[in-house]
Design a protein around this ligand. Sequence first.
Ligand code: IVH
Length: 677
Amino acid sequence: MEDKVKIINNFKKKINSLKKYNEYYFKYDNPKISDADYDKLKKEIIQFEKKYKFLKKLNLFKNTIGFAPSNKFEKIKHLSPMLSLSNVFDRKEMEEFLKKINNFLRTNNPNLELISEPKIDGISATLIYEKGQLIKGLSRGDGEIGEDILNNLKTISKIPENISSSSVPDLLEIRCEIYIGKGDFKKLKNNFANPRNAAGGSLRQKDSKETAKIPLKYFAYGFGAVEPMIFSKQSEFLEKIKTWGFEVNTLIKNTKGINEIEAQHKKIDSLRSSLDYDIDGLVFKVNDIRLQKRLGNTSNSPRWATAYKFSSEKAVTKIKDIVIQVGRTGAITPVAKVEPVTVGGVVVSNATLHNEEEIQRKDIRIGDTINIQRAGDVIPQVISVDKSKRNEKSKKFEFPTKCLCGAETKKEMSKNTKKQDAVRRCVKGYECKYMAKEKLKHLVAKDALNIEGLGKKVIDQFWDLNFIREPSDIFKLDYEKIKKMEGWGNLSISNLKIAIDKSRNINLEKFIYSVGIRHIGQENAKILAAFFISIKEFSNFLIEKQRKLVLKNLVELDGIGSTQIESIENFFSNEKNRKITRELISELNIGNYSYKTKKGKFSNKKLMFTGGFQKISRSEAKSIAENNGGKVLGSISKKLDFLIVGDSKPTKKKIDQAKKMKIKIISEKEWNKLLDS
Ligand code: IVH
């Protein structure tokens, strides 16, 4: 008997350490033991369970099976994150991008210098040089953590292994895009669909001899960490690294103002097909690096750059039918079912019609001959109707007022513009099965739970089979049933299990985003996470009495306005939403919001702003404070170290409260002095 207890305790110990290692690996991406040791421990546990059969009945080892870390490449944290880029698709969106920059900088300069570079459609990598020696080469990975692919990168002969110039900074990180030339791709005998996939496949070969067989090329386009920083312009940086032996694209040009931007975009678009590499747009970057620094980043892309995608191919086709689709926020989108046509190598049979107004304005009817356009990876759009080809008997399209689920739809009033929204919405949330399915797709997507192998198609499939109706069902899948389905084998099931288990570990900000509350995107989720810190506090939304109180406090959060508050209130007023959220929480292991402190003037200091500033925008003030290690609070509290008061319309109540609490109050002038000191 005593022996049995000993065995169980011993077994539990092993499992607990395995769980701990899992956590380090999956949650913190910081493995504490080697893959070999990990595998050894796992094997021991399995053998233990086999030897002492009674252990199996205890089911202790259930949730830990399947966590086999990929041991292909070593994982390394990036010196600074590798971000992605925001996109614009037309002149208007590009103008908005320029306006946003000006707003942030509180300038009004339509002729800001932007450097234009082709956006190479390849695989990104980063090269780290210490004293001119190439010491590390990483893949992008998830942007925070990359994989060590140095040996594979070294097979690219044009990547310098050492730079013999006295002016090279001690630490130099070069960001580049790896590609296979279109000509080389044609010569290759492989199964890859396009050069990009082939480049990715080649770079991820475990054996660099395999990589070396494929002629990879690259263009260097940016920098990561540089110490000391010796560049003041992006153009200057590119010219310099060219002299150090890096490959730099030749189709680079400085532009000023929207007309020059448009002209450059047209020019490169027209010679695109003659290039030996694929490009899918131009990247426009603020040339002045000091301004880049001021602009900083949002949670996943820089404010100082954007990709202006090519508006790509157009085609003529005919509308067979107009149907409606329901999005995750209930938006009713009309979609034209068209006679299949090939646009830019892809067969298109659907095109979006945006909304009711758009159909009316363009008078789009079933049976019409239309021009469609496909840009990047977005759904094709209808650009115009050829009315000369219209059948005399055709009738105006009548937009349905009901959702596919049968519920009435609503057009909301916009608080800001005081106008009625163009979009009709179903307001049934998870009670509408069409919305529910889309919400599930949002939940498993990359920026949310990020469950690999559970994509949109699988959600559709599992939904139709009644396997998944609500978020928590994802964690209760019956794998025996799935196993019997076509297309599912032992490996894909085991991978799915691993991915689902991995997704249980999530931080608060990602969780809040995952819930899928309308108007709560990644940025707002972060603001809320910084406010609540723990899931326990966030869960107050689920309690009627607490909710009202919490919502009141949100008013003072920078970045959260009445639109967001109302949306949160709507979401959690719904009983079903509350139940679903509660059940989801119970399946997850939600880590506290951890504020990444930077070292600087305001390290460990808490600040708050009120009123508008003379020289900089509020967004910039906030970003400066954060870049100097400070934490910007949304509401007055005793924890606050400084209240910074701008000249333009500061809130008197905040100042009074701060005075009462003896919080240091400083003016914009004093704030500037503090920064300069
Ligand atoms: S600048 C902070 N410039 O596009 C991100 N990126 O969608 C700054 N890319 O991961 C990126 N050509 O791999 C930049 N001339 C170029 C580029 C380029 C290709 C890729 C890059 C990046 C992705 C972003």
